[in-house]
Every structure is written in structure tokens, then in C-alpha cells.
Ligand binder design. Structure first.
Ligand code: GTS
Length: 216
């Protein structure tokens, strides 16, 4: 298996944590995609993922799977013992719901702020981010506010349970971890007053899989 991504980036981190959780980190080949040079917007990459984003999982038979959630589902179920995506109907539904909230309220909102209201990844990507659009700054700022509300939401969630979707570390946690990494790149601080979120972050940052994935 190969993973097309770029180390140190938020959505790639989600899948790298999953690889480490499942003992697969050293069993895949990483193929670096040069995002600042807009390599992911060229025909060769669009042929493997038409949405032009990383990460992408390439299977040995040439099948490509994109979307961090889809890759996570695949990797988590490979050994027949899913640990990150749930086993019972209720676990699966809860993890799906919470990870979707983490995407829409946090990581995706921060991505829009980063790419539209800041210099983002620089000149190479500007042509793909509607630089001429007058509402660009406002659009980006609205999503920063959305992400800040998302942080407050997850702080409330984590006041009552140890992990984002309940009692166990799951795919939903990987999405919030990616979201907070993106927040730090976009210079959106996590307010210290969000003590439950801050404490959760300290705890998951110390988790073996997160340390392996962050170092890789
Ligand atoms: N929904 C996708 C997923 O879950 O994998 C989002 C993937 C995504 O947006 N990846 C970013 C990307 O390729 C990388 S990063 O934001 O995590 O750094 N962005 C390229 C671009 O041009 O926006």
C-alpha cells in the first residue's frame, strides 16, 4: 500500500494516526505530494483523486481511495478488528456523527479560513482559491468564527466524556487532532479557558500513535 500525502499537514495526520494505531505505519510507502507547488491540482494527481486533495491511499491492485474517513474505514477493518470506527450500530453511528461535526465545524472551517483569509500555502495555490473574489476575506473570517465555535462545542463534549465520540479513542478524535493542528498553522489559538479541550489535547498528544504520526 502507498499513501500519497505530505508529512506535517492536517488531513494527512489523521490517516497517519490511523496507520500507527493499526500497526501499519511502517508497512506503507509514503509518496510525497508537493502541495505548495500545486502538484495536487495537476492532471496526474487529479487522475487518482479528482477532488485534488491529500491524503490518498493506493492499494497494491491500483485502486485509489481518497477521503480520510474512507481510508480510515478501510484500514480499520483490514484486520477484522475495528477499533476506531465502532462495532455496534450505536458506536458506528456516534463515531460517524461526531467525526462529521469535527470536519464541518473544525478542520474544514479552518481550511477555508486558512486558504481564503490568509496567504495560505502561498502563490502557487492562489489560482485555485478564487483570489479575485471580493468576499474572500469575509468568507474566510466567517469560517474562523465557525471554527472557534467548534472548539467551544468540543470543549463542552469533552467535559462529560474522555474522547470525542465517547469512552474510547476513535476516528472522531483523529479529526479533531487534525483540526487543532490546522488551527495552529492558521494561528487560531485554542483559548486556555477551554480546559476540557486543552486537557484532552495534552492527553492525545501523548498517545503513542499520535507521537509516531506527528514525527513521521
Ligand atoms: N475531505 C478531505 C479528506 O478528508 O481527506 C479533505 C482533504 C484535504 O482538504 N486535504 C488538504 C488538501 O489537500 C491537505 S491539508 O489541508 O490537510 O493540509 N488541500 C489542498 C488544497 O488545495 O486545498
Amino acid at each position: 500500500m502507498k499513501i500519497h500525502d505530505i508529512p506535517g499537514f492536517p488531513n494527512p495526520l489523521r490517516v497517519r494516526i490511523v496507520l500507527a494505531e493499526k500497526g501499519l505505519f511502517d508497512k506503507v510507502e509514503f509518496v510525497k505530494v508537493d502541495l505548495p507547488a500545486a502538484e495536487h491540482k495537476r492532471p496526474a494527481f487529479l487522475a487518482i483523486n479528482p477532488t485534488g486533495t491529500v491524503p490518498v491511499l493506493e492499494l497494491d491492485d491500483g485502486t485509489y481511495i481518497s477521503e480520510s474517513t474512507a481510508i480510515t474505514e478501510y484500514l480499520d477493518n483490514l484486520d477484522g478488528h475495528p477499533t476506531l470506527t465502532g462495532t455496534t450500530p450505536l458506536e458506528k453511528a456516534t463515531i460517524h456523527m461526531m467525526q462529521k461535526r469535527a470536519e464541518s465545524e473544525l478542520i474544514d472551517a479552518i481550511g477555508i479560513y486558512f486558504h481564503y483569509a490568509t496567504a495560505g500555502l502561498g502563490e502557487g495555490l492562489l489560482p485555485y482559491k478564487s483570489p479575485e473574489w471580493e468576499g474572500r476575506q469575509r468568507w474566510g473570517q466567517m469560517h474562523r468564527e465557525k471554527a472557534e465555535a467548534g472548539m467551544r462545542y468540543f470543549n463542552e463534549v469533552l467535559k462529560t466524556q474522555p474522547y470525542v465520540a465517547g469512552e474510547n479513542f476513535s476516528m472522531a478524535d483523529t479529526t479533531v487532532i487534525g483540526g487543532l493542528l490546522f488551527a495552529s498553522y492558521a494561528q487560531i489559538p485554542v483559548p486556555e479557558s477551554l480546559t476540557a479541550l486543552v486537557a484532552w489535547k495534552a492527553r492525545v498528544d501523548g498517545r503513542e500513535s499520535v507521537r509516531v504520526a506527528s514525527a513521521g
